[in-house]
Every structure is written in C-alpha cells, then in structure tokens.
Design a protein around this ligand. Structure first.
Ligand SMILES: Cc1cc2nc3c(=O)[nH]c(=O)nc-3n(C[C@H](O)[C@H](O)[C@H](O)COP(=O)(O)OP(=O)(O)OC[C@H]3O[C@@H](n4cnc5c(N)ncnc54)[C@H](O)[C@@H]3O)c2cc1C
Ligand code: FES
Length: 325
C-alpha cells in the first residue's frame, strides 16, 4: 500500500499497488474529473508532481509523449509504485453541490433479456446489494470472476436500487450475445460524470440508438420527481424500431410538465437539423450527449459551432472495450 496525496485537497489516501490512482481516489470519495476508465477519453489526465508509478498501459494517443514527460498521466491507467503526490487539474471541490456515490462491487445476475429491436436488448440485473447512483451514470460488468469488463449506462431510474436495467447494443462476437438467462455477473459502479446537473438552466439530452440508455434513466427520474428547469430529449436512430422506450418517453412527456420528447428516425443529417431546431444559437443551455463515439464527436462539433458554452456540454462516448488505440 502506498500513500497518495492530493495537493489541491491537502489530503492523503491509501492506494494499493494493484489499484489505479483513479480507483483509489474514487474509493475515498474524492471528486475527480474522469470519463471512460479505459484510457480512451483523456478526461482523467492530471499531474503527478512527485513519486513513481506505472502508466505503461496509457496509449501515446490519449497521453502525448511531451505530456508524459511533463508529469501528466491518465489516472485510470496509473498504478503507484511508491508514495505519490497528485495535483488534480480541475479544482476538486463539490462545484455543483452534487455528491457522487462511491463505486461499490455488487454480485449480480441477469434475470431478464427483452428484445427491444433486432439491435437492442434490455437487460435486467438483480443485485445482492443496493446500488445508489445518479441518473446518467454507468456500470462495469463482467462474467463472475473474470477480469475483462464491459461498460453499460444504467437505463432505469435510480429508485430501483436492486434491479437496474441496461440497454445493450447486440454485437457480433459480443460478450452478451447470445445473452443467457440467470448468468452470474460481477458488477462495479456507479461511474461517470454525465449525470443531470441541478444548474437551473434548460437541459437538452441528445442520444443516438443505444446512447438513449443514460437518458432513459434521466427521463424516468423526471417522470417521478419534479425538476427545476425544462428538459428536452432528442432521440435519434436510423429506424423507428431502434428508438427504444419511445412510447414510454412520449407517455412521460404527456404527463410531465417541462419534459419534451422529440424522436427522430432517419439519418444523422436529419438529427442535426432537429438539433439545430431544438437549441438556439448561443443559448445558455446544458447539453448532454451519449452514444457511439463518432456521433458524440460530431455533435460536440455542431454544438460548439452553435456557440454553446463548452463547459455546459457533457458527453458519454460509448467507447468499445479492448485495447486503447
Ligand atoms: C462509459 C460507457 C458507457 C457505455 N454504455 C453503453 C450502453 O449503455 N449500451 C451499449 O450497448 N454500449 C455501451 N457502451 C459501449 C460498450 O461498453 C462497448 O461497445 C462494449 O465493447 C460492448 O461489448 P460487446 O461484448 O458487446 O462487444 P465486444 O466483444 O467488445 O466487441 C465485438 C465486436 O464489436 C465491435 N464493437 C464493440 N463495441 C463497439 C462500439 N461501441 N462501436 C463500434 N464497434 C464496436 C468490436 O470492435 C468487435 O469487433 C458504453 C461504453 C462506455 C465507455
Ligand atoms: S477516464 Fe481515463 S482516459 Fe477516460
């Protein structure tokens, strides 16, 4: 066990050698900027001012050579090999007043698999211990005892602490297909920072196909609890049948004042037109985007070109598991 000191906090935590610096900080309830936990998004890039660590798994793409030489690292890919001192590059304070739940390990079983479309499966888990999460966060799942994991956003509302639902894109050769009933899984979480912020600004949720999973959690939450600002869900997919939970979202919109549902079946270009209609140029709005990496990157580009404040844009890019490139 090594000591991990965070200069901005003036606090020191224990970190095991087989634990990444990110996991050690999250385990200790530290609010730290991060995203994918797979060495792909670069969100967890912070400065190590002292100490030795192994970050050989961080790719040259996500952590540039000169950044590495300057002491920057990806905390999700860094294992301490001595006591270390870290400076978090965004002040770690509780800037939006939301306390992030500490990730836990849960024993789970897959209890139900529903085909929403030829591509999308709803999967229900039964957990041995309650899962506290914020709508929009994600889980990591693996077969019981296996090291390899997959990330899935939680689609159900946070009130259902023992039976979370996932929305999974079925992939050839993928881990969950063919999904078997009653399979034992290890579940870790919740993770992620794409949760609905109580900023008082209008929020627009933008999702493509399986990217609607975290938005489903948010929409279902809004269907049960009043929210302080209007929320629009812009939900796109190539075919109408791939707009999972569409009827349910429409029903929530019909009974929930301040919640608007805009389904779009068609090309991404049609989605862009709908996005430009949903958000005025330079509007003071929070935008949440989730789905395939290319879709998120293109949407970010459009939003920035539209003059949306970059710090009010929250992305959950659905990176594939596997080696970072
Ligand atoms: C934070 C986060 C949240 C996520 N949430 C969800 C979610 O809610 N629902 C969901 O379906 N996925 C989600 N993903 C993506 C999912 O974790 C990966 O796609 C995962 O690799 C799928 O595992 P698999 O076993 O089905 O396929 P794999 O065994 O990983 O891959 C099978 C084949 O499909 C290809 N492939 C796999 N995933 C992708 C992809 N995303 N894009 C392009 N090609 C791919 C692989 O290259 C391979 O050829 C999320 C990812 C992240 C990082
Ligand atoms: S959280 Fe470390 S690279 Fe994405």
């Amino acid at each position: 066990v090594h000591k991990l000191t965070v200069t901005n906090l003036g606090e020191t935590f224990d970190a095991a050698e087989d634990e990444t610096m990110l996991d050690a900080l999250l385990r200790n309830g530290v609010r730290v900027r991060y995203g994918c936990r797979r060495g792909k998004c670069s969100s967890c890039k912070h400065l190590v001012v002292d100490g030795d660590y192994d970050n050989s798994a961080a790719s040259a793409y996500a952590l540039l050579e000169d950044e590495r030489e300057a002491g920057m690292t990806l905390l999700c890919q860094s294992y301490p090999t001595s006591d270390c001192t870290v400076e978090l590059l965004i002040a770690p304070g509780d800037e939006d007043g939301v306390r992030l739940p500490t990730p836990q390990r849960h024993d789970g079983r897959i209890t139900e698999v529903i085909e929403e479309s030829t591509q999308l499966l709803s999967i229900r888990l039964a957990l041995s211990t309650p899962l506290r999460f914020l709508p929009g966060q994600y889980l990591e799942l693996g077969s019981r005892g296996a090291e390899e994991t997959r990330s899935y956003s939680i689609a159900s509302a946070p009130m259902f602490v023992r039976r979370p639902q996932l929305l999974v894109h079925r992939r050839a050769g993928g881990w969950l297909s063919p999904a078997t009933g009653a399979e034992a899984v290890d579940v870790r979480g919740p993770f992620g920072a794409m949760y609905l912020r109580p900023s008082g600004r209008r929020a627009v949720l933008v999702a493509w196909t399986e990217g609607v999973a975290p938005m489903a959690s948010i929409a279902r939450y809004l269907g049960m609890r009043p929210w302080s600002a209007p929320v629009t869900l812009l939900h796109g997919a190539a075919e109408a049948e791939e707009l999972a939970y569409s009827a349910e979202f429409a029903a929530i919109a019909a009974r929930t004042s301040g919640f608007e549902y805009l389904p779009v079946a068609g090309t991404e270009r049609v989605m862009t037109l709908a996005l430009n209609e949903a958000i005025a140029p330079g509007e003071d709005v929070d935008v949440y985007v989730a789905g395939p990496v290319g879709f998120c990157d293109r949407t970010l580009f459009i939003l920035e070109a539209r003059g949306i404040e970059p710090t009010h844009i929250y992305l959950e890019r659905f990176y594939p598991a596997g080696a970072a490139t």
